[in-house]
Design a binder for this molecule. Structure first.
Ligand code: ATP
Ligand code: MG
Length: 280
């Protein structure tokens, strides 16, 4: 079975996150085998993005959502560095600024959707507006409830314009989160990442689970699927996401454009010229 199929949240069906073991590694034969497969998938991603850029007809949007320390940054560093920075845009979404709050919630998102031939990676995304906003009651329920439909309509709009959207929810356990926070405390190189807010958010763990379940259930569609990824083991998370992105990009049937010149003619005229120079 393809990993896309195994980890996709089936449109219209929803997901019970209690059934998804964050420490699961069942799709890998072994850690060593997964690392070897990751290496070849990353090479394939490099070629696929090169072709996407050359084709300049379709584009790819990847949204990453996770609890704090869930591995969004690590996913970007380990997988999406396979893409040429020329043609790939990474955008992080923090709490909206005063100016952004003056508009609808998708206003700040739309300019970062990839152009034809491009890739955008969202580190957090428009889904924050049905996650943190819901959990922390930053807007009335009627406001955030209407957003599932707004999001589906937005993702339909960009799909109709050639953008393939893939959304990844990185599923970690509460214990794994605490141990990643502890590592940040111990390692001076990671101290800067610690925030009081991260610890405070842990009190809302269950509320976030409910909010994620509804977002995944209501907004996993054929044109913009959600994938729920067991993410306690970083090597496994990397292996699964890279494979899914590869499968999905292969399904985009990206075609290199036909040359705009007559190759035979170019060869005849210019190779002869060089050859003639050498002989002379
Ligand atoms: P790291 O994982 O490295 O800590 P981060 O993405 O958590 O990075 P932070 O600056 O720590 O970056 O957090 C960004 C914060 O902005 C998060 O708490 C997130 O929930 C919040 N945020 C993002 N979008 C919105 C939104 N639309 N409304 C309210 N808060 C938002
Ligand atoms: Mg943070």
């Amino acid at each position: 079975m393809s990993l896309s199929k195994k980890f996709r949240v089936e449109p219209g069906k929803g997901i019970d996150l209690a059934d998804l073991d964050p420490a699961d590694t069942s799709a890998a034969k072994s850690k060593a085998a997964a690392k070897a497969e990751l290496a070849s998938d990353l090479e394939a991603l490099t070629e696929l993005q090169r072709a996407l850029y050359a084709e300049a007809r379709q584009s790819l949007l990847i949204c990453l959502q996770a609890p704090d320390a869930g591995g969004k940054d690590g996913t970007i560093r380990n997988i999406f560095t396979a893409f040429n920075p020329q043609g790939c845009h990474v955008k992080g979404f923090k709490a909206p600024t005063t100016i952004e709050r003056g508009y609808d919630f998708l206003w700040r998102v739309h300019p970062h959707v990839p152009p034809r031939g491009g890739v955008s990676i969202f580190n957090r995304s428009h889904y924050e507006d049905v996650l943190v906003v819901r959990v922390k009651e930053l807007a009335p329920e009627a406001v955030w409830r209407a957003r599932y439909e707004h999001i589906n309509a937005f993702e339909r709009l960009i799909a109709d314009n050639g953008t393939r959207t893939l959304k990844f929810y990185l599923h970690i356990s509460k214990e794994e989160q605490l141990s990643r926070f502890a590592a940040r405390l111990e390692n001076p190189a990671k101290n800067w990442k610690i925030s009081e807010a991260d610890y405070e958010e842990r009190a809302y763990w269950e509320d976030y689970r409910v909010a994620f379940e509804e977002a995944l259930a209501r907004c996993s569609t054929d044109i913009a699927p959600w994938f729920a990824i067991p993410a306690d083991k970083k090597w496994y998370r990397n292996f699964v996401i890279a494979r899914i992105v590869r499968e999905q990009m292969e399904a985009m049937k990206i075609k290199l454009p036909e040359p705009s010149v007559d190759l035979e003619d170019i060869r005849r005229r210019y190779l002869t010229e060089v050859g003639a120079g050498v002989v002379a």
